[in-house]
Design a protein around this ligand. Structure first.
Ligand code: ZN
Length: 256
C-alpha cells in the first residue's frame, strides 16, 4: 500500500491553472500525505494552487474534505520534478485525509490576484521595452509585492536611462489605457517559437509543448504562471527605477 502511494505521488501533478487561471475552487484526489522537514505535505492528482516559481510567489489556500469536517490550511505550495506539494496544517490538528479521498481545493483569491497582477505587469514591461526600442533578452524577474523587478541581459547607455524610463512609462500607460487581452496556451514547439519571435530560450526542450503567454498580438514568451485577463486591470503600474550593472539592466516596478 505504502509503495503504491509513493508511486502515485511520483506522477507529475496535473496543473489545472495552466488551462484555467481563474478557477479558485476545484475537486481533486489525494495521492499522498507525508511529513517533510517538520511540515505536512499533501500531493493530489491535480491542483489549482500555483507553486512558487518563475519569480511568482506560491499560492495559499485550503484543502477540505467534501463534507467540510476536515480542512488542511495550505501555507505554501512548491513543485519538485513536476510534483506539486501543498504544505500546511490540519484543522483539527489530529485529523487527516486518506489516500484516494476526494477533496475540495480552494485558492486564497486576494493573494492570487495580487501576484497575477504583479506577474502580468512583468510581461507588460517586456512588451513595452521592445516597443521603446530596447530589444534586450529577458532574464530573471521577481513578481513579489516586496521589490518587484524584471532583468534583461544587455546594458542601456547611462545617458539614456532616464529617457528610457520616461518612454517606457508612457508606453505602459498607453497600453493599460487601451487594454489588451492576456492569453496563455500550450502549443507545439514550432508554433510556440513562431509566437515568440522565431525562437525559444535554450532551456525549453524541443520535444516539449511549451505554454506561451501573449499580450494582445505582441510577441509572446514561455511562462508557467498565472495572469490577469486584460492589461487594463494593471492601472497604477509604475516603473520606479532602471539600473544597469555588469551588463544587466534591472527595471523595478510597483503596482497600486
Ligand atoms: Zn507569465
Amino acid at each position: 500500500m505504502a509503495e503504491a502511494v509513493v508511486a502515485a505521488a511520483a506522477q507529475p501533478t496535473k496543473l489545472s491553472y495552466f488551462d484555467n487561471m481563474r478557477q479558485l475552487q476545484a475537486t481533486a484526489k489525494v495521492l499522498s500525505i507525508t511529513k517533510d522537514s517538520e511540515r505536512v505535505a499533501i500531493v493530489s492528482d491535480r491542483t489549482i494552487l500555483y507553486p512558487q516559481g518563475g519569480g511568482q510567489p506560491a499560492d495559499r489556500g485550503s484543502i477540505s474534505s467534501l463534507n467540510g469536517d476536515t480542512t488542511f490550511q495550505v501555507q505554501d505550495t512548491r513543485m519538485k520534478n513536476g510534483v506539486v506539494y501543498h504544505y500546511g496544517v490540519f484543522e483539527p490538528s489530529d485529523s487527516t485525509f486518506e489516500a484516494g479521498q476526494e477533496v475540495t481545493l480552494r485558492v486564497e483569491s486576494q493573494r492570487r490576484e495580487l501576484h497575477s497582477r504583479l506577474h502580468t505587469a512583468g510581461h507588460l514591461i517586456d512588451v513595452c521595452m521592445k516597443l521603446v526600442g530596447r530589444t534586450l533578452e529577458p532574464a530573471k524577474g521577481n513578481h513579489s509585492p516586496e521589490g518587484a523587478f524584471v532583468e534583461y541581459i544587455g546594458a542601456i547607455p547611462s545617458g539614456e536611462i532616464e529617457s528610457t524610463r520616461v518612454a517606457l512609462q508612457k508606453e505602459i500607460d498607453r497600453l493599460i489605457a487601451s487594454g489588451a487581452s492576456v492569453n496563455a496556451s500550450v502549443l507545439s514547439y514550432d508554433e510556440a517559437a513562431g509566437l515568440c519571435g522565431g525562437s525559444l530560450p535554450d532551456y525549453i526542450s524541443k520535444d516539449s509543448s511549451p505554454r506561451i503567454v501573449r499580450i494582445g498580438d505582441h510577441t509572446g514568451c514561455p511562462c508557467g504562471g498565472t495572469h490577469v485577463d486584460d492589461v487594463s486591470s494593471l492601472t497604477g503600474l509604475k516603473v520606479t527605477q532602471i539600473r544597469v550593472k555588469k551588463g544587466v539592466t534591472k527595471v523595478s516596478y510597483t503596482l497600486k
